[in-house]
Design a binder for this molecule. Structure first.
Ligand code: ADP
Ligand code: MG
Length: 230
């Protein structure tokens, strides 16, 4: 379980409060108006954004104050953070060994991760030699390889067309189901939440609330969400 205990995050004059629990293996969307603090919330969980007050725990162990690398977390950002001068294989391998000095077994792990996302045989290509969808798959292969129990996505795949985006989201959901990973996914698109998240956290007016059952939340939206849905 991911637990945020009376957390307050401050960034200049912006503040966000969060007290919530996400069950292990859940797939949870994070929605709310632009600038409400969705990325800030994920940043705090990942350890990129400091917490002013409260505690963040995974499986009962406190990770508040831990560096991002120490946390049991993989993060996938909007821009895929791929290195343009490295092959797809090396971009994935970085998730395992920043030195890129891999043993035989590790090379096989990287190849398996590439195959899992449908990129078998494309490992030698650089990002510029891949389509946008394939680039997203490289980033996802890195997440697969890391095998961390908590996966955070911040508006992933939004550069892709709608059909490709949905395909990628389903692939993410499938991978999380296979590995048992817990997924938190920021999106501004309600359709994304419907597609892969049974539960949704709402970030609005300085508070992160939930998780709520996605279907119930959308059927009977609170005021903050109604304004946002239009
Ligand atoms: P969202 O992802 O929901 O669009 P963000 O989490 O990016 O919103 O931003 C929430 C608020 O925090 C915004 O008001 C933004 O201006 C502010 N903010 C974001 N990053 C920083 C930062 N590094 N320093 C100060 N304020 C920031
Ligand atoms: Mg954001």
């Amino acid at each position: 379980m991911l637990r945020l205990e009376d957390v307050t995050i401050l960034q200049d004059d912006f503040s966000l409060r969060a007290g919530l629990e996400v069950a292990r293996g859940a797939r949870v969307a994070v929605i709310g108006p632009s600038g409400a603090g969705k990325s800030t919330l994920l940043g705090a969980v990942a350890g990129f954004v400091p917490v002013a007050q409260g505690r963040i725990l995974w499986a009962g162990a406190e990770m508040t104050g831990q560096s991002p690398a120490m946390r049991p977390i993989s993060v996938l950002f909007q821009d895929n953070n791929l290195f343009p001068h490295l092959s797809a294989f090396d971009n994935v391998a970085l998730g395992l060994r920043p030195s890129l000095r891999l043993g035989v077994a590790e090379r096989a792990q990287v190849a398996a991760a590439l195959a899992r996302v449908g990129l078998e045989g494309l490992g030698t290509r650089r990002p510029a030699q891949l389509s946008g969808g394939q680039q997203s798959r490289v980033a996802l292969a890195r997440v697969v390889l890391q095998g961390k129990p908590l996966v955070l996505l911040d508006e992933p795949f939004s550069a892709l067309g709608p059909a490709l985006k949905v395909e990628m989201l389903h692939l993410v959901a499938e991978i999380c189901r296979e590995t048992g990973a817990t997924l938190l996914m920021v999106t501004h698109d309600i359709a994304d939440a419907r597609a892969i998240a049974d539960q949704t956290i709402l970030v609005a007016d300085g508070v992160a609330e939930g998780p709520f059952e996605t279907a119930q939340l959308l059927a009977n939206p609170p005021e903050a969400l109604r304004a946002y849905l239009g």
